[in-house]
Design a protein around this ligand. Sequence first.
Ligand code: ADP
Ligand code: MG
Length: 615
Amino acid sequence: MADIIQLLPDHVANQIAAGEVVQRPASVVKELLENAIDAQSSIVKLIVKDAGKTLIQIIDDGKGMSTTDARLSFERHTTSKIRTAEDLFDIHTKGFRGEALASIAAIAHVELKTKLELEEIGTYLKIEGSKVLSQEVVVTPKGTSVSVKNLFYNVPARRNFLKSNNVELRHIIDEFHRVSLAHSNITFSMFHNGSELFNLVQSNDRQRIVNIFGNKTNEKLIPVEEQTEVIKISGFVGKPEFAKKTRGGQFFFVNSRFIKSSYLNHAVNSAFEGLLREGTHASYFLYLDVDAKSIDINIHPTKTEIKFEDEHTLYAILRAAIRHSLGQFSIAPVLDFEHNANLETPYSYKDKQATVPIVEVDKMFNPFQDETSPSRRSTTYKKEQTAGWESLYIGLESKGNIPDHELSQVQFESDHEMLSMFEDKDTKSELRTFQIHNKYIVNAIKSGLLIIDQHRAHQRVLYESFLQSITIEESVSQQLLFPLSLQFSTIEVATLQGLKSQLQLTGFVFSKLDHDEVELTGIPVSVIEVNVSNVLEQLINDVEHQVPDSHFSQSDLIAKSLAKSLAIKSGQKLTVQEQEHLVNSLFACKEPSITPLNTLTFITLSGDDLDKKFR
Ligand code: ADP
Ligand code: MG
């Protein structure tokens, strides 16, 4: 048989390599930013169009390249950063594989302009799909500009695989953050579709963090410093009371390179033990410097993972350093709250342990009763949701016990001509609901017993009411006495901006919503003021983690998220009136039997079921 093995042509090999290096626009951003830093730049500018799908350009003022180097830089395995295999064990630069430019040029239209400091004129190169289309001399400032256009133009499968612009931009911004946080001594700016998203002037680590995440971050940071023979640690951890539900603010940098390490993350968490509210995560910006020879950064193609020579020691030192800082900080007297949340206990925290010792929680305080009790609140609803008791059990009788699989198709009619489940309307004053375990509401009905999950039922009620105010554009909001200003990062604010019009329809009134500033003068009636921040935080989290391309609308997502955060919790004691109102509201819903997330809101036990039990 004839020989069948062939050497792959270069452009094919490059395309294959590109798959490793370039997964999405953000990977290009990372590689080009790193090249700019390795070239000792002091000012780096990132320009992006259409979340990088159309254009990614990086302009630096670094050392530039000669004409020959410019040509060579696009060949595979060409690098100026290592020469021998030994160099691999002592890496001080970001790049060293010599494959980024070659890979990028294989799958995009690339233009390069570069000039060495002492040269008069520079080099211009245009490359498409690994082919050099033109090379010219050009007048250009010292440094390098790389434009990457039409990414994946020749790999349609990959192009189609890209997510929405929102998602891709988010990834780009993440990379931009990681690189710019690691190099506060370099000036970075970023533009997207012509508008400036970030302008980070040369500063120190603390200022860089604040410039990125907003002015109010400053007061949340606790410095961490430690120096031993094996490691130097500097940076900050977030004060425990500002810990968020999202894991957004967690950064390790090892020798100025962003890395992920679940092991070191564990060390940080263990230092925070006992200080965090349940379900929240400490934020941290920790810069570790170790001997380059003691780490192996070669184990991962995109180089965010790293292997340490002596992990156990690092773990112990890191943990101790953070514990020490947290300990020192806790002497500081004032908690810098915008308003004193200690005096109020939002119901979602009611049953949680207060973890910061100086916070005194009034255990008897029950804001639900004062603030969100549907029965007391009902006066502020523009539309009363229910038509009274009659509507309560309409539709139940004929359906009886519904098998699970049918539930999704069941449409409950709210039409009044349906038979009431009550024997007799006049008995209604005698009908009572009961709460079991502060979790279920139980009710005798004509056909037997109705058992409602209060948390789920309330989710359904809130979901439909939010969806309704969004779709019929009829918002109801409670005016705040004083504007409420909240702390969010620039990115989070950008997410909120995208949702602004729908949020306004749910009752939020924004007096400020730009950069890192959020100020509200009105909120939905079902929200209590101390909870607003959590509710919006949860919403941002939900938006960020939404299944891409899911066919649900943004309005639906908002309604679901708000309903989830605001629904009364299991464990919440309800008065009889509150129970009744909830039951009433539930059965006034279009789809009372399931939650927005498709779980059952109630079950029924028929007389037969009960009879069987007693047999
Ligand atoms: P690596 O960074 O792993 O060396 P790259 O493909 O990213 O590989 O770059 C190849 C070479 O091109 C680099 O080693 C460097 O010499 C040169 N180079 C790339 N980008 C720049 C830049 N912005 N300024 C100066 N030189 C650069
Ligand atoms: Mg590189």
